[in-house]
Write a protein that binds this ligand. Structure first.
Ligand SMILES: Cc1cc2nc3c(=O)[nH]c(=O)nc-3n(C[C@H](O)[C@H](O)[C@H](O)COP(=O)(O)OP(=O)(O)OC[C@H]3O[C@@H](n4cnc5c(N)ncnc54)[C@H](O)[C@@H]3O)c2cc1C
Ligand code: SF4
Length: 819
């Protein structure tokens, strides 16, 4: 909530620069007395994701990391810091006189101070056909997911652009099995960071990985028949392609700067304090032009953010005086580093070079007036930090000339770390020195890498300093602990998050394939059911079913009892049955000498003590669908009598409950899923302690999730309040599919909702963009269409119809609304 003294700071852009700057602002605010440093912060981001590490998209494309792995600040961070986050909202206008910004959702938000951190967009050269199906960019998480969705083994893929981004995209796609060619207009790869010789070393390494490289080729058209077929070049040559990625550069997003009447050249022009030509408007990141330079790397943007945070909080300190450009290629096995001025023939520069073609090592230093002006390292980056430090500090190298390229060998990592001067930069992206890391370790009692990351931000950028950070931790932290991630089991030593991503990105459709490629080829009782669930859920039923991988109950489609007999539970939707069904159940019980007929706590009838050989006959005689009381799937929907018979009823709980069960039955879930629908808050069918509950109200429904009344007892959290039964059903479906896709195997909804936090769940389900919701519903419908009743073994025709929902009560982040 905004207090009267707070200034309103609106940030446009939820990317790396904007949020790094907000973090710095919060640091200033935390040590300043109110009101001077207090802001009410609103962040607009047109992407639908929380702040993530864009640099690591290459690792996501390569299947080395998941989207969750690259989140920098999760929703809890925004909430903890009272930040009003508006995801999926694009700011389309700025009125510098009224001091407001207008969003594409129609919102008008006033500001006292405005921070533009809009980053860049991919540069799209005017190549005919670049709008065709099969042509992609590589800038954000959605692009990455789209590429992962399209790429297949053997797919002919062309990446236009042989710069850092193009090469990383090429390698990622090749790791996904595509046949990749990199097409580059210039005669050298990464020509902005490397010289001709360096480019040739790099090209050899890229080609050795199986990626084709075509230099000096000017793409003139993308050929298609609606879908990409190939590309043509100015020399008349053509090549086939099913997928084209354009990665030729970036264009700063300056439209808002122009709309606000700011001075704009290539970027929004700022002074050394990141102030624009309007005193209330500031800018940071890739959208900014400082002293004629627009930066496309995070280290400068973070430095800008620090200066801006000090300025905006009234602590104006050192100026931003520009940065030394520095680039590392993040392709495993291809070590390339470049910083500063690297081209031959510069003014009064001397070149010192070392090459070993058989080892693929190339090093070049550019010196000016006895100081380092630039460096290229290929094949051996062990001295990159030292060179970077010389570049930053402008150290006089006169007495080091003999050993510039052959520094003393490093006998021991620990000794090398100990000998580093405290002033040396460890994390280039975030500008964190060895001294800062050591004092953080001592002062904050840091023991793990993740604590170090959180405290200093070291190793949260491109990740190339991670080894050094760990070496420092080992050397200095008395109780160093490795960060542990819980892997599924020793047969497939990956976390469940990793495995879900692997299954999806590597298109693995059977348990055995996963075990063969990523595990020990055998599997066990722990991993096989989990993997079986993952392939079923990921491919929505279009997978190779391996029944031996399922739990015993799933293999026999019945609950095994302690005496070795089985129980039979027919599905009784919403707990409503008929005399005919009851008669059939009674006949079957007598015919097969069923030992006990029991009414269960979930309004069903359990036939207990059935011999295994009688199961098929009993099911045939019953002619009723299975209640799947044995499986990790949808169990039942318990209902109260509702409006039909109850004088307190406000909603038709029976019809809604039956429909809910119809829509979700026969589907597998990470753990059993129980539901309840009640006609009013008296809650006679205990809907508020179910995994999913619908609670009737006057004029609407509350949809609640994550409840439990078993070994754990938990009152469900409110997901949303809606007006109609259809809206309630759809909200329940959105949550249901989200749980299926994101929970760990054997994780009940109550643990899942607590782990993620209900705000995140809401944002990613009922308050997600319609396209996201449609994706969830489509995948659910696809699974449902292929779901079969275990005993009737037939296609289930009961697919669902979805209508858009109109939230009745908009829940704001931080609002603790409980049933
Ligand atoms: C695949 C890849 C690999 C990279 N590798 C490296 C690397 O190794 N090293 C390195 O230093 N850098 C690397 N970069 C560059 C680095 O990611 C960028 O320099 C950095 O992300 C820029 O931060 P930013 O906040 O200025 O822009 P962004 O991160 O682009 O953030 C801007 C955000 O603002 C949003 N936005 C824009 N306009 C609006 C609007 N009108 N309303 C609401 N929201 C808006 C955008 O959607 C975006 O989410 C890489 C980039 C990519 C794509
Ligand atoms: S929950 Fe309400 S509507 Fe349902 S039976 Fe109880 S009192 Fe009646």
């Amino acid at each position: 909530m905004k207090s009267v003294n707070m200034e309103r700071l609106v940030v446009v852009g939820n990317g790396m620069a904007g949020i790094a700057c907000v973090e710095q602002i919060l640091r200033h605010s935390s040590v300043m007395p109110p009101p001077a440093a207090q802001f009410h912060i609103t962040v607009f981001g047109d992407e639908t994701h929380v702040n993530y590490n864009r640099i690591q998209l290459s690792s996501v494309l390569a299947g080395e990391k998941t989207a969750d792995d690259i989140v920098i600040n999760g929703l809890d961070w925004y909430m903890d810091n009272g930040i009003d986050l508006r995801l999926g909202v694009k700011i389309t206008g700025v009125d510098p006189f009224a001091k407001t910004v207008t969003g594409d959702d129609g919102s008008v938000t006033p500001y006292d101070k405005l921070l533009l951190a809009t980053g860049s967009s991919p540069l799209l050269p005017p190549i005919p056909g670049s709008d065709k199906d099969g042509v992609y960019c590589f800038r954000n998480l959605d692009d990455t997911r789209a590429l992962l969705g399209r790429v297949q083994p053997g797919l002919k893929t062309v990446v236009i652009g042989g710069g850092l981004l193009g090469l990383e995209a090429a390698r990622g796609l090749q790791l996904q099995g595509a046949q990749v060619t990199v097409v580059h207009l210039m005669s050298t790869l990464m020509e902005r960071q490397l010289d001709t010789a360096g480019g040739q070393y790099l090209q050899q390494k890229i080609e050795a990985m199986g990626i084709n490289v075509l230099l000096s080729h000017n793409t003139t058209a993308i050929l298609s028949n609606g879908r990409v077929q190939g590309i043509s070049f100015s020399n008349g040559y053509r090549m086939e392609a099913d997928l084209v990625v354009i990665a030729v550069g970036i264009r700063p997003n300056v439209a808002l700067g122009k709309a606000a009447g700011l001075t704009v050249n290539r970027g929004i022009v700022v002074n050394d304090y990141m102030e624009t030509s309007d005193p209330s408007i500031f800018a940071v990141g890739e959208c900014v032009e400082h002293q004629g330079v627009v930066y496309g790397l995070v280290a400068p943007l973070y430095q800008q953010g620090k200066v801006l945070a000090a300025t905006i909080t009234g602590n104006r300190g050192p100026r931003y005086e520009g940065s030394i450009p520095e680039a590392r290629l993040k392709i495993m096995g291809v070590d390339v580093f470049s910083a500063g001025f690297v081209q031959d023939g510069g003014p009064a520069c001397e070149t010192v070079r070392y090459e070993d073609p058989s080892l693929g090592i190339y090093k070049k230093l550019m010196l000016k007036d006895g100081r380092l002006a630039g460096v290229i390292l290929i094949g051996d980056l062990s001295d990159s930090n030292r060179y970077l430090d010389w570049l930053r500090t402008g150290a006089d190298l006169t007495d080091k000339r003999r050993r510039l390229l052959s520094p003393d060998p490093v006998p021991d990592r620990g000794v090398a770390v100990a000998e580093m001067p405290d002033s040396e930069t460890v994390c280039g992206c975030n500008g964190v020195t060895k001294g800062a890391i050591i004092s953080a370790i001592h002062q904050k009692g840091i023991r793990t890498l993740s604590q170090l990351k959180q405290c200093t931000r070291a190793s949260t950028g491109c990740g190339s300093c991670t080894d050094l950070c760990v070496a420092l931790l080992k050397a200095v932290a008395p109780e160093f602990e490795e960060d542990k991630k819980k892997v599924l089991c020793e047969c497939v030593p990956f976390t469940q998050d990793n495995l879900r991503e692997i299954v999806r990105s590597q298109k693995l459709r059977s348990v055995q394939e996963i075990l063969d490629v990523y595990g020990n080829g055998i599997g066990c009782e722990v991993c096989k059911p989990a993997l079986s669930y993952m392939v079923d859920m990921t491919w929505c039923g279009e997978h190779e079913e391996d029944r031996s991988a399922r739990f015993i109950n799933d293999r026999v489609h019945a609950n095994i009892q302690r005496d070795g007999t089985f129980s039979v539970v027919p599905r009784i939707r919403g707990g409503v049955t008929s005399p005919a069904e009851l008669r059939r159940i009674a006949d079957v019980a007598e015919k097969y000498n069923v030992r006990m007929v029991k009414i269960t706590g979930s309004q069903r009838i359990d036939l207990l003590g059935v011999a295994k050989e009688d199961l098929p006959k009993i099911w045939a005689d019953l002619g009723m669908p299975s209640g799947q009381a044995y499986t990790k799937g949808v169990r039942m929907v318990k209902t109260c009598v509702g409006t039909e018979f109850c004088r307190y009823g406000t909603q038709d709980s029976i019809a809604t409950g039956i429909e809910l069960e119809r829509r979700l039955e026969n589907l597998y879930t990470p753990h059993k899923t129980k539901m309840g629908v009640v006609g009013c808050p008296r809650n006679c069918a205990e809907a508020t302690v179910k995994d999913i509950g619908l609670v009737g109200q006057e004029g609407g429904w509350q949809v609640v999730v994550g409840g439990a009344a078993g070994k754990s007892v938990r009152k469900a959290d409110l997901l949303i309040t809606v007006e109609t039964s259809e809206q309630a059903l759809e909200s329940a479906q959105l949550f249901f599919q989200y749980y299926r896709e994101h929970a760990n195997f054997l994780e009940r909804t109550y643990d899942f909702v607590e782990r993620l936090g209900i705000e995140k769940v809401r944002r990613e389900t009922v308050y997600a963009q319609r396209a996201v919701q449609e994706g969830l519903l489509e995948r659910l419908a696809k699974s449902k269409a292929l779901a079969k009743d275990a005993w009737l073994e037939r296609e289930d025709p009961r697919t669902t119809q979805f209508v858009p929902i109109q939230p009745l009560v908009q829940i704001q982040p931080g609002e603790a609304v409980k049933v």
